[in-house]
Ligand binder design. Structure first.
Ligand code: SAM
Length: 241
């Protein structure tokens, strides 16, 4: 049976009890049918992964006791994903895949052609937590609230380069080989693509690097995964950088 992994927003140290909230207690007792004395894996995004014993378990509450660290904390490379939210299920997919692919931060932005005017940040954050639980990661990327692309660009620290997935370069043959290491963000547009104004603004910024994602126009969710894979292979922790 697959190892049970739980994200717990609480310090983890040997012998320091960790309270379970209602959802976690229900998940362990009602869904996973665990009993007191069983062991599960827990992580909090800071202290690595720990083996923890279930000391007390009721329907709505309980206590875990961390026993020993089972894996060190492993943070992803300094890569942010900036994307324009699309339909709900596809936005969920982007957040889930970004967490699995090793995004350090996930930032939804409202662009001129973005369909949705609001997002449920708490729900998207919960998707990132679930993704980290299932992929064996010890880090959970923060999902920020929706903000206008214009504001994000004017507040941007230019020492973080932006890899702009630019649909107008479809078919241009290029790779990420030769790009400098350091902090990066990937920028993915909405179904309608970037507006003329946005394109002009992005093209004027020295820290923005436009890139093609091959000879076909990809859906935004596919583009996000493809761009992250390329970046991780070239500059990230997949071993190519
Ligand atoms: N409606 C746009 C058009 O027809 O040109 C396509 C937008 S595409 C569905 C959504 C986003 O994915 C784009 O804004 C871009 O960021 C990215 N994207 C998709 N295919 C791409 C490609 N071949 N090269 C670069 N970016 C791409």
């Amino acid at each position: 049976m697959a190892k049970i992994r739980l994200f717990i927003d609480h310090p983890l140290a040997a012998g320091q009890p960790v309270p379970l909230d209602q959802g976690q207690a229900h998940y362990l007792s009602g869904v996973m049918r665990q009993r007191e004395g069983a062991e599960v894996a827990v992580f909090n995004g800071r202290d690595g992964e720990w083996t923890a014993r279930i000391d007390r378990l009721a329907k709505r509450e309980g206590t875990l006791m961390p026993v020993a660290q089972s894996a060190p904390q492993q943070d992803p490379p300094d890569l942010w994903l900036v994307f324009a939210p699309i339909k709900k299920a596809r936005t969920d997919f982007i957040v889930e895949k970004a967490a699995e692919m090793g995004a350090a931060r996930i930032m939804p932005v409202q662009t001129d052609h973005t369909n949705s005017e609001r997002i449920r940040q708490d729900r998207l954050q919960a998707h990132a937590v679930e993704a980290a639980e299932q992929c064996g990661g010890t880090f959970v990327p923060e999902v920020t609230d929706l903000q206008p692309l214009q504001r994000m660009l004017s507040d941007w620290d230019p020492s973080r380069r932006i890899l702009w997935a630019d649909e107008s370069r479809v078919g241009v043959a290029e790779t990420l080989a030769g790009l400098p290491a350091g902090p990066w963000a990937i920028l993915i547009g909405p179904e309608g693509g970037f507006s003329g104004n946005e394109r002009r603004q992005l093209a004027d910024l020295a820290h923005v690097v436009p890139v093609s994602l091959g000879p076909r126009i990809l859906r935004a969710d596919t583009a996000a995964v493809a761009a992250m894979a390329l970046w991780q292979a070239a500059l990230g922790d997949w071993g190519g950088g």
